[in-house]
Design a protein around this ligand. Sequence first.
Ligand SMILES: [Mg+2]
Length: 319
Amino acid sequence: MTEVREITIVVKWSGKEYPITDLTDQDTVAVLRHEIFKMTQVRPERQKLLNLKYKGKPAEDNLKLGNLELKPNFKLMMVGSTEADIEDACQRPDDIGEVIDDLEDNDEEESLQNSAIYLAKIQKRIKDYTITELNPPRPDKHLLVLDIDYTLFDHRSSAESGAELMRPYLHEFLTCAYEHYDIVIWSATGMRWIEEKMKLLGVSSHPAYKIMFYLDSHAMISVHTPDRGVIDVKPLGVIWGLYPQYSAANTIMFDDIRRNFLMNPRSGLRIRPFRQAHLNRSTDKELLKLSKYLKDIAINCKDFSKLNHRKWEHYDPRK
Ligand SMILES: [Mg+2]
């Protein structure tokens, strides 16, 4: 008789980790899905298990876990929504993100930018955070910093392939932007998760553009704001400290959550979130329109800090 070996798999889903301990190498992928459902309430048919592969293909439900030769405490990346979330999302008005995340023009923004404690935190990141450059910066380029979730990718909807979750025109957008901008991806998740997603979307290997580097949650800093409590933000100073050729004059950052650029409010453009990919795939033209904006300002504007990205749709190069 074969010896039964216990297996622990850590499921990463929606920013949290769920250790699944009640498994052996004789259990099938279907059993694993069932266990995941018990932990997360994401139904088995809605679970997309991104890195569970057998011979290069997604592992079938009847395959035994022992055949997958997983490392101890293997981290399994999952995308999927609970029934409650799906119901919720269907009733959610489109602009709720705006209500929650929008910041008014006020002094808080400016004071945070220059507060010594945050500058010290940024200095610490500059010193301690290791950037793995995938491609070198190019002379005389601007800098574009992009969020992933809901900016380039709908990470909550279920789908069969990365292409279905990808925001429309993503590759066209990046190809066009690359002409004038060095491109950085910055997501509030972990680096392995970012790498998986970029691979899934075909961004990491696209022939028409290159990504300079990825930044993950460890490059972010926590700030305490009077109105919002403690939040994590993406300070561009971390990049500017390491790459002095970029500054507020030539950097723009896209995120669907405005508070992520609380440290650099003038450099941030809040993009409309891309949610419910299955419903909005045929109508979402945000990236197409933003390609034009990026090109227009790169050619016509010498100092990006003079721009008001809240009005990007009305930008007129002649004014
Ligand atoms: Mg996002």
